[in-house]
Design a protein around this ligand. Structure first.
Ligand code: CP
Length: 362
C-alpha cells in the first residue's frame, strides 16, 4: 500500500532518508531559495501534549517555506474536551489543512490518525512509542557534526524505557553498517524487549551498563535523555530514578575529544549547565538542525509526487485479539480495526508494535 504518512522513520527507504538529509543541507545553505516553496499550503499542528521544539520547529518550518499554520497546543481548548474522538478530529482537520503534525500521549495514536486522514500525517511523538522527526533531527545532526551515519559507537543514557526518541534512534541507526550501542540505564529503565530484538535481528552489537562514568571513554556519540516523569505511575517511582545519571565537566574530561553530546531536550538536571560551553555539546545546534530537517520533509511530502512510502507488512484483522499494551490507542479508541502485523507465528500490534503473546492461529 502506498502512502505519505510518517509514523515511523522506518517508513522511509535509505534513499528517501538521504533525500531529506541532502535537502535539509541545501535549505540551510540557501534558505531564501525555499522561502515560497509552500506558498498557499497549510500545516495543522495538533499537540495533545506539551512541546516547545517539535511544535515550534514544525510551525517555523512551514512559515519559512511560505505556508501558514493552524492547530492547537492544548486539546482542552478544542472539541477534544467535549469528548471528540481522534477519528473525527482528524477527519475534519484533514479537510482544512494540507499536512498534519500530531503529538499525542497515547501509543499508536499517529498510526490510528493516519487511517482517517486524507492528507499526510507526521508523527510528532506518540506516548512512549516513537518520535520519528526527532530521529530525523538526530541523523541530520550526526551527518553534519560527525560526517557519517555508520561505524559509530553510540551511548544512550537515562530513561531508555520511556524515551521514544531512544527507540526511534536505535531502530534507524541499527540499519547502518558498523554501528554499536551502549545502553546506560538503571535496571528499571532499560529499553523494551522489542527494541533489543531489533538490534539482535540487525546484527548490531550492544552492551548494557549502569555506569555512565565507566562507559563514556570510548563513545563517539553520547545521547543523554531526561527521566520522563509524566510516564511514571507514581511520584515515588520517579523519585527513585531521577538524578541517577548526570553528565558534568568531570565526566566530559573522560570522553574522546571528538565525542559529541546530543539530547532531544528538554533537559531537567541530567546535563549540568557547565557542559553547555564544551564544544562537544551539540544539543542546542541539534534543535536547529531539526527545523531544517522538518522543512525538507514538508517539501518532499507536499511537493514531490514521487515521495511516498510503501507499507508491505503482512496485516491481519483479529477481532478476538487484544493488544497487551495498556497504553495502546486501541484501548482508548474502540472503533479502530484490530489490526496486527504477522511475522511468522508472531503478531505485533499495528499501532504500538507490542508483541502479542501466545497467538497460535495461522
Ligand atoms: N525534543 C522534543 O521533542 O522536544 P519538545 O518536547 O519540546 O517538542
Amino acid at each position: 500500500m502506498k502512502h505519505r504518512h510518517v509514523i515511523d522513520l522506518e517508513d522511509l527507504t535509505f534513499a528517501q532518508l538521504q533525500q531529506v538529509i541532502d535537502l535539509a543541507g541545501k535549505i540551510k545553505a540557501d534558505p531564501a531559495k525555499y522561502s515560497h516553496v509552500c506558498d498557499g499550503k497549510i500545516l495543522a499542528t495538533l499537540f495533545y501534549e506539551p512541546s516547545t521544539r517539535t511544535q515550534m520547529s514544525f510551525q517555523t518550518a512551514m512559515l519559512r517555506l511560505g505556508g501558514k499554520t493552524i492547530g492547537f497546543d492544548n486539546p482542552m481548548n478544542s472539541s477534544v474536551a467535549k469528548g471528540e474522538s481522534l477519528k473525527d478530529t482528524i477527519t475534519v482537520v484533514s479537510g482544512y489543512a494540507d499536512i498534519i503534525a500530531m503529538r499525542n500521549p497515547v501509543e499508536g495514536a499517529a498510526k490510528a490518525a493516519s487511517l482517517y486522514s486524507s492528507v499526510p500525517v507526521i508523527n510528532a511523538g506518540d506516548g512512549g512509542h516513537l518520535h520519528p522527526t526527532q530521529t530525523l533531527t538526530d541523523i541530520v545532526t550526526l551527518h553534519n557534526e560527525k560526517g557519517r551515519l555508520n561505524h559509530l559507537k553510540i551511548g544512550l543514557c537515562g530513561d531508555l524505557k520511556n524515551g521514544r526518541t531512544v527507540h526511534s534512534l536505535i531502530k534507524t541507526m541499527s540499519h547502518f553498517e558498523g554501528n554499536s550501542f551502549v545502553l546506560i540505564s538503571t535496571p528499571e529503565l532499560t529499553v523494551p524487549d522489542y527494541i533489543k530484538e531489533i538490534m539482535i535481528n540487525s546484527g548490531c552489537e550492544f552492551t548494557e551498563s549502569q555506569n555512565l562514568k565507566e562507559s563514556i571513554s570510548d563513545l563517539d556519540v553520547l545521547y543523554m535523555t531526561r527521566i520522563q516523569q509524566e510516564r511514571f505511575s507514581s511520584k515515588e517511582e520517579y523519585e527513585a530514578q531521577k538524578g541517577v545519571y548526570i553528565l558534568d565537566a568531570e565526566k566530559m574530561a573522560l570522553a574522546k575529544e571528538d565525542m559529541i553530546v546530543l539530547h532531544p531536550l528538554p533537559r531537567v538536571d541530567e546535563i549540568t549547565v557547565e557542559v553547555d560551553d564544551d564544544p562537544r555539546a551539540c544539543y542546542f545546534k541539534q534543535a536547529v538542525y531539526g527545523m531544517y530537517g522538518r522543512m525538507a520533509l514538508i517539501i518532499l511530502l507536499l511537493e514531490d509526487s514521487d515521495y511516498f512510502f510503501h507499507d508491505n507488512k503482512k496485516k491481519v484483522i483479529a477481532d478476538d485479539v487484544t493488544c497487551p499494551n495498556e497504553r495502546c490507542v486501541t484501548h482508548r479508541e474502540a472503533y479502530l480495526p484490530k489490526s496486527f502485523i504477522k511475522q511468522g507465528s508472531h503478531l505485533f500490534c499495528d499501532y504500538c508494535d507490542h508483541a502479542v503473546e501466545m497467538y497460535s492461529k495461522d
